[in-house]
Design a protein around this ligand. Sequence first.
Ligand SMILES: NC(=O)c1ccc[n+]([C@@H]2O[C@H](COP(=O)([O-])OP(=O)(O)OC[C@H]3O[C@@H](n4cnc5c(N)ncnc54)[C@H](OP(=O)(O)O)[C@@H]3O)[C@@H](O)[C@H]2O)c1
Length: 243
Amino acid sequence: MKRSTNDTGLEGLRIAVTGGTSGLGLALVREWHRRRAAVAFIARGRENVERVAAELSGVAGIVGDVSVKEAIHPIALQVLGRLGGLDVLVNNASSLGPVPLRALADTDCEDLEAALATNLLGPFRLTKALLGALRASAVEARGGVVMNISSDAAVTPYPGWGAYGASKAALAHLSAIWNLELEGEGIRVLARDPGDMDTPLHALAVPGADRSTLLRPEASAREITRAILEAMPASAAAREEAA
Ligand SMILES: NC(=O)c1ccc[n+]([C@@H]2O[C@H](COP(=O)([O-])OP(=O)(O)OC[C@H]3O[C@@H](n4cnc5c(N)ncnc54)[C@H](OP(=O)(O)O)[C@@H]3O)[C@@H](O)[C@H]2O)c1
């Protein structure tokens, strides 16, 4: 069954995002809910998950930690159970590594491991766990898009951002390779930098930054959503027109 494309551009689209209780993830959940997508989000803090799910009727809040190997299949099963399939996965949850940010020589191996677990292994494992559903979505020409949220730190070597930057660079490269490998099946794997946004993560990384110079996460959420729609298999023009 193909979904309708003559409405908000997202109606009926089944989307899951990791880290939906703050910053960009929360803005994405609100944007998609407003545009009548079927939405599931994942975060660790139960209280915040319940608050967001209560605020947005019909949205599925899932408590889980994407950095923990054993948590991935329970998360994937809940996503599929709540949405009945999956058209788009957005790997957005992220760890800065050690805070305050510090030089690599002062970074513990455990802090690098923690950044890689959240920013690289989590997206890899969750995508693998949901690949069957994304393949089914691509076959039905409904979707089949993975959006990995990257950073300019993936390409620019900022001193002090070693653990985070290395994990984001690896995620971007993983995305590019996976995109080529899955091309023949109609699945797109993208990585996008959302820009410097006024979020708790940014405040933690750069305390005292001039917030008036930062993007609103809502603006980045609209751009990320546009990029997802552009990558969709069919009727992209119709969806864009509606959006
Ligand atoms: N803000 C910026 O300026 C900026 C710039 C470039 C790129 N980015 C990227 O944009 C994305 C969103 O960043 P943000 O600034 O919106 O971050 P944020 O405000 O800190 O929000 C992070 C979200 O991820 C969840 N989360 C963190 N670790 C998790 C884990 N292990 N498992 C599941 N959920 C987890 C958090 O909830 P819990 O803590 O409850 O789990 C929260 O909902 C990230 O990928 C970041 O690297 C941000």
